[in-house]
Design a protein around this ligand. Sequence first.
Ligand code: PA5
Length: 439
Amino acid sequence: MKTLNIDISHAVEFLEKGSIERLQGDLERHQQALAGKTGRGSNFLGWVDLPSRTDQGLISRILEDAARMQEMARVFVVVGIGGSYLGSRAVIEALSDPFHTMDPAPKAPVILFAGHHIGEDYHASLLNLLDQSDYGLAVISKSGTTTEPAIAFRLLKDHLERKYGREKARKRIIAITDRSKGALKKLSDEEGYSSYVVPDDIGGRYSVLTPVGLLPVAVAGLDIRSLLDGAQHMERIAAKNARLDENPAAMYAANRYALHQQGKAIEVLVSYLPSLSFLAEWWKQLYGESEGKEQKGLFPASVSFTSDLHSMGQYIQEGVRHLFETMILVNQTAKHLTIPRVQDDLDGLNYIAGKKLEEVNCMAALGTLMAHVEGQVPVLTLEMERLDEFNLGQLLYFFEYACALSGYLLGVNPFDQPGVEAYKNKMFTLLGKEGYGKK
Ligand code: PA5
């Protein structure tokens, strides 16, 4: 078992001398505020020690529900938006075979997502597909009142009840919501769905290791115990270690803050595996909603290389120098493919014949890093041993903890999202919702 490693050597050269060391005292203070729950937003710190205190009874119940769904469903629909779907999608896409939907003898249901937008064609096509497939669903909303998942759930509940009858449909629905408030809680109690609580003290974007993330991940057949073990491993390092040089999460927070202080406005999360694209979406929500307030905050962007080297690569190499990169490197692939040698060598690739694709990808990553640093782009590197539940658990907790420290360094509350209400208020007025004024 290897701990996630951070390499700052390609960023320090862009920073004024001592700018990281100077943050040591502030970081210690912020760690204490997180541990003692004395900082801003301290009623939303339930995620800090969640990996080490997750109840085995809860895990067993999640696994039982997951097994029940695996038994009865070919498709499992996760209804949710923002923090209520991005975490599970990030984990499932990172760890599932990319072509598993074509598997004629799948070991687990295909996980599909709904209610993360209001696209009519998407939801109509989903219902068409579900006409022909046995399915179950999880409806996930902490507030229990979010419009997008509520619309999708209304459609799906109606579909499910027409397909199986009301009584049987109830057994195919799992609700994950607030302990006591919200429309979904009321409905779930009335219908008697199997249900889970989103803890009061954990906000949506920090909820991936609660049933919000764990239930869909378990239905997908992935190992949630190992995911939590990885997170717990990082909890021990990040939340309990004050020394910057021994704490990768604090080191990451310090570097991104120092780069921001010195004029960088955009952080680009880079990965070299397409399976990490949704991890980047999860990360963007975590950092965007946590830091982007009071006219402050780095803008979180992401690219998937080498694909995006043929689109965004030009800008990163030569555009406005207001960005830095955080690159995720995975050391070992799970599968192996070697480039074959061919007699005529018409494509000129014999010079790399015999190499594994991973070796070529690694040289692409190294070459890109060198080119971008030469192009005045600082690069922070996060190195993982391999892509599995344990290492992903480490990475999720690493980003959560570093995000909280980053928000405190910036002087904002990293656990609220007041700006999200603005679009809702305008939309509700336009839709004529009671209490939202005239169009
Ligand atoms: O991080 C957050 O709190 C938000 O992004 C929410 O997750 C998102 O708005 C969905 O909210 P809810 O789970 O209440 O439906």
